[in-house]
Design a protein around this ligand. Structure first.
Ligand code: HEM
Length: 303
């Protein structure tokens, strides 16, 4: 039985800590051993806080993978490739490790993050630390419900976890992250019907717009991609983050095949033959981008 790390299939908690780290050359052996102990560390902090819904996962980027895990790598694990079209840009930013912690309690998340960082010491440097929070019961800061069409129940492992197609890495998951910064003043100046046309769903009641009225540039029109009659799927764990001056969505997606996220992002950024791209990109822009693989607990523990 190959168990996935606990943050992946769990329901998104009300609070999250998202950490991207860079690995200090020479510290590989120490860091590898600390990562091996991360699942136990999650359980220890969960027990201390009597919070069983405290979950965490660590994931490793393509360049750091051979340094930490050896020459054999998960199929499709490559560095995040930047994308650009017109004035739209999805950058790639440096990160060797991604730490994802979530639970109903910020204090428990924070304690776990601090414990991990204390153990890592000078072995890893923080590229970015972002604290996410659930807003109005699951709405993005744009005011729209985010996560409605996320896979549920048994579909979650099916969508997120690598299976027999890459047997050595079964139970692991490909992770893509992007921090998006919203232009909220500009967004809030738009009449609600226009906002609904940009997302492709109604704001208050979260219903999908009928195909006869949903613009081809709507967010959900871009990211819903069918192949062989099946919709491509990812498992999203995104949450709002920010300060009063700089805020947006910390986007996190897990998937068994990293190509799925790329196809969706491509359809958002790159205009099709009719000039349609994701209109959301006129109101929000990604400022970071990185790809990782979160090994199964068993593989992680084999340090
Ligand atoms: C759906 C917001 C970025 C993939 C949605 C929905 C909202 C939303 C409000 C509709 C409700 C739902 O089903 O969850 C945003 C915002 C983003 C963002 C505010 C950044 C500013 C992305 C990115 C991707 C993505 C980067 C993938 C590359 C999806 C998918 C769905 C979705 C797959 C479900 C579509 C469906 O099955 O109907 N998003 N999203 N989103 N989004 Fe995003």
């Amino acid at each position: 039985m190959t168990l996935p790390q606990s943050a992946i299939c769990a329901e998104t908690g009300d609070f999250a800590v998202f950490l991207t780290l860079t690995l200090v050359p020479g510290a590989e052996r120490t860091v590898r051993a600390i990562l091996a102990g991360f699942p136990d560390m999650v359980e220890a902090v969960a027990a201390e806080f009597a919070e069983p819904r405290l979950v965490g996962s660590v994931a490793i980027g393509a360049e750091a993978w051979p340094r930490l895990m050896g020459p054999k790598r998960p199929a499709g694990l490559v560095p995040f490739a930047p994308l650009a079209d017109g004035d739209r840009f999805a950058p790639a930013t440096p990160a060797d490790l991604f730490v994802h912690i979530h639970s109903p309690r910020h204090d428990a998340n924070f304690a776990l993050a601090r414990r991990l960082m204390a153990r890592l010491g000078s072995g890893a440097t923080v590229a970015e630390e972002i604290h996410g929070f659930k807003h109005k019961g699951g709405r993005d800061l744009t005011g729209f419900v985010d996560g409605t069409e996320n896979p549920k129940g048994e579909d979650r492992p099916e969508v997120a976890l690598v299976g027999d197609e890459d047997a050595d890495f079964r139970g692991g998951s490909h992770v893509s992250i992007q921090r998006w910064v919203h232009g909220l003043t500009q967004w809030e100046g738009l009449p609600v019907p226009q906002q609904e046309g940009i997302i492709g769903r109604t704001k208050e009641t979260d219903e999908e717009l009928d195909d006869s009225v949903k613009p081809p540039s709507a967010h959900i029109a871009r990211v819903v991609i069918e192949e062989d009659g099946e919709e491509l799927e990812i498992l999203r764990h995104s949450l709002p983050y920010g300060t009063t001056s700089d805020s947006g969505l910390y986007f996190v997606a897990y998937g068994r095949d990293p190509a799925t996220f790329r196809k969706m992002l491509d359809a958002m950024v790159v205009a099709d033959a009719d000039g349609n791209y994701d209109r959301l990109m006129d109101f929000s822009r990604p400022v970071t981008g990185a790809a990782f693989f979160a090994p199964s607990k068993d593989l992680l523990r084999q340090a």
